[in-house]
Design a protein around this ligand. Sequence first.
Ligand SMILES: [Zn+2]
Length: 369
Amino acid sequence: MKLVRAAACACALAMAASGEGGQGIPGTRASVAGRAGWDAIRDGRNEEAATAFAAAIEAEPRDPSLYLGAGLAAQLLGNIAKARELLEQALKLAPNFTTASLLLGDLLYRNSDLEGAIDVYETAAKYAPDDKTLAGRLTRLRQEASPANGYFQSRSAHFTVLFEGPADEAMASRAVDLLESAYWRVGTALYTFPDQVITVVLYTEQQFRDTTRSPSWAAASYDGRIRIPMRGALEQAPGELDRVLTHELTHEMIRAIAPRGVPTWLNEGLAVMFEPEGTQWADQVLRTSNARIPLGDLAGSFDKLSSNQARTAYAESADAAHRLFDQVGGASIVALLQDIARGIPLSEAFEHRMLTPYDSFAASFSPAR
Ligand SMILES: [Zn+2]
């Protein structure tokens, strides 16, 4: 859910960049290809965008805005290393290109490189000391949980878990163990093994609300880091920490394949499905209540749902994901996510990969049958 907002923000940035000019002399091959690239980004045709920007760069290798477009397309396709390389190239050509700095800093932050992001913003601020967006981001990132701000950390091959003090150390090391085992379990099912280190912050509940402004029913949230509120229940109920961590990690895995455009029911459904006992929980909710929400209404954010509706929404989503997983297997689910990342319309990709029309699948979730 948070992810969609983030990607939309990156896109708005890029739109601003394309308006800034730098597309070359009108009529040139680079200019035409560059414009086609921005049009494709706007319409979510990310693979076409990447192709167009690559052609534009070949024709005009000195235009930084083309590297920005190519970098954004790579990011939207889930190719983080390439996106980073292209954005760095844009900044090499134009160190004062604030839009590229904003995008690169955001990319680094979202990939657990807080210091790298701060570095990028600090350098950019030298060129644009009055830029309010830049200043705001710097302020926020400098306040983020980090060892420099007094947080403790516990690390493993794929995770850094940040926590407040020695009292939470046992919980943090349990979190690291649970995350590593979930990484292999979910990663194997989704054929996805993100190679960047994922940052997880354990908060007290009060801090969590303040930092994320989450609706009260949300157990955890994501904005580039996995943030887990450590409520009494989370500390005491056995299995609850495993459940929340696995759920959030699944979102991270999905994001690594398709950074945006994934319908919420599929995203949340997979996350619940991989939770220990997630499928059983969903079955029980659906067995004990007749309430149903049309699947089409669960493609967008769940933020506005009441607690009861949210329960139904998560359970239905898990049921939908589980049915698909049973019918076509993990590899086809991944292929569907990859299609979404490329910008193929959902109904088309769904029918191709799930071997059933989206509308008839959605109709099987109609209320009050
Ligand atoms: Zn979720």
